[in-house]
Design a binder for this molecule. Structure first.
Ligand SMILES: Cc1cc2nc3c(=O)[nH]c(=O)nc-3n(C[C@H](O)[C@H](O)[C@H](O)COP(=O)(O)OP(=O)(O)OC[C@H]3O[C@@H](n4cnc5c(N)ncnc54)[C@H](O)[C@@H]3O)c2cc1C
Length: 411
């Protein structure tokens, strides 16, 4: 796509220096627009850096239809953003910054050194060279009655009247990294349609673990399991028992439907398969073998390799009488029902759902209620599982909003 160019005298304020805001800054500065980027924190890209701590998973290599399906009901809207900047384009963009990438066994894409910091450093250097001025410790407070932006800075409150504004303020989790969701009432006050921020890719609480499970197994990983919600295809992976419930990548992958079930019914029941590689009849046959004087724990361990946290969870959730009936116990092992009653708090979540509704914006990602103000990144009302889909969505929407803003300036 040819990027529209505009007069260098045009001035844009970007609020928020996460991946979305920085990507918009790149598009705009490359087109000759004067860009000032404001961020409330002492440095930009803090959540991006945190995302790099456990291995920066920047995108995913799966085929585009599967990739797009991760955005669930927002797939049609995300398709228009990803069309101009999909996973392949994102990888090429990273390579252009001098950072190589590799595809992990799960199909996830990482920078070769797994880190976010070298990428951010190279990117910020390039942005500064292209004229982007970054103002840290500058918090946007909203608008004055005359439409000027209110920016709180170390030297006092400033007022700005740029030609256009791009908001990339992030979602509502990990407030200490800057994305505190404090923008919600500011936009609501200007008549922008918003969906409430909710935890996504989050852990869940149970009604209460037994003292044994909590004291001995909080923090223990449940590996090689599968989880399903009723009437859905199970997914393989792993998760972690916590003091109050359960979390981890497999739970995050299910977090949207679990959260919605809790919202609607007050409870979501997940079915945990402790032995996804073994059909139920084989499990039952193994359990039916004579165990002599061996305890049931030893029998489960020797016949099926179930011990540790898996054995504890089975004891916790399977009715006691199952243990006398191999068929029923096999069914419990293949589908342990666990009731989840509450999401963990939004601030703990990896990302948030909700935010600025797509219906509140035009095709350029400009707010219909506030002409000249554009939005991008996690603050838009979409969600996706972990696996690189979050960052790809933020980069793609930052780029789309930047291009949309350019078109609007030109028009
Ligand atoms: C622990 C963790 C691990 C993650 N791992 C991955 C991963 O591996 N892969 C992946 O794809 N995603 C991952 N994510 C998610 C990803 O980091 C976010 O989705 C992404 O950073 C959001 O980008 P953004 O630009 O929309 O917002 P943010 O990165 O949140 O940036 C928003 C910026 O706006 C600033 N701001 C907010 N309000 C104001 C204001 N009023 N005035 C001025 N500035 C303001 C903030 O200071 C912040 O710098 C992870 C997230 C977490 C928490």
């Amino acid at each position: 796509m040819t990027e529209p160019t505009t007069s260098p005298s045009r001035h844009v304020a970007i609020i928020g220096g996460g991946p979305a805001g920085l990507m918009a800054a790149e598009v705009l500065s490359q087109a000759g627009v004067r860009v000032d980027l404001y961020d409330a924190m002492p440095s930009v890209g803090r959540k991006f850096l945190l995302a790099g701590v456990g291995g920066m998973n920047i995108t995913h290599s799966e085929a585009y239809p599967a990739f797009l399906s991760r955005y669930a009901e927002r797939a049609p809207q995300m398709a228009t953003l990803l069309r101009a900047f999909d996973a392949t384009a994102l990888c090429q963009w990273i390579h252009d910054l001098g950072i190589e990438t590799f595809v992990g066994s799960s199909g996830r894409v990482f920078p070769t050194d797994m880190k976010a910091a070298p990428l951010l450093r190279a990117w910020l250097k390039r942005l500064r060279e292209s004229g982007v001025v970054i103002h840290t410790r500058h918090r946007w407070l909203g608008w004055h009655a005359d439409g000027q932006l209110r920016i709180d800075s170390p030297t006092g409150e400033q007022q700005l009247k740029p030609d256009a504004v791009l908001l990339a303020l992030g979602g509502g989790s990990w407030a200490r990294l800057g994305s505190d969701g404090a923008w919600m009432p500011l936009l609501a006050g200007r008549g922008v349609e918003l969906a409430p921020l909710q935890p996504s890719n989050c852990g869940f609480d149970v009604a209460g673990w037994s003292e044994v499970l909590r004291s001995k197994f909080a923090g223990a990983p449940l590996k090689n399991i599968a989880i399903a919600l009723q009437n859905s295809t199970p997914r393989l992976g792993e998760c972690v028992i916590t003091a109050s419930g359960i979390e981890g990548s497999l739970i995050y992958a299910w977090s949207a439907p679990i959260r919605e079930a809790i919202n609607q019914q007050g409870v979501a029941t997940i079915l945990i398969d402790l032995l996804p590689g073994k059909p139920v009849d084989k499990v039952a046959a193994a359990l039916a073998k004579p165990r002599g004087s061996r305890s049931m724990s030893k029998h489960l361990h020797s016949q099926l390799g179930i011990d540790g946290v898996k054995a504890a969870l089975l004891r916790e959730l399977a009715p006691a009488e199952c243990f006398a009936d191999p068929q029923r116990l096999a069914q419990a092992i293949k589908g342990l029902a666990l009731n989840l009653i509450k999401t963990r708090p939004l601030d703990e979540a990896i990302s948030s759902a909700g935010g600025v509704r797509f219906e509140a914006m035009d095709e350029n990602l400009m707010l219909k209620a506030i002409p000249g103000v554009f939005c991008a990144g996690e603050m838009l009302d979409w969600e996706a599982p972990t696996g690189g889909y979050l960052l790809t969505g933020c980069f793609a929407s930052g780029r789309a909003a930047g291009l949309g803003l350019l078109s609007w300036l030109k028009a």
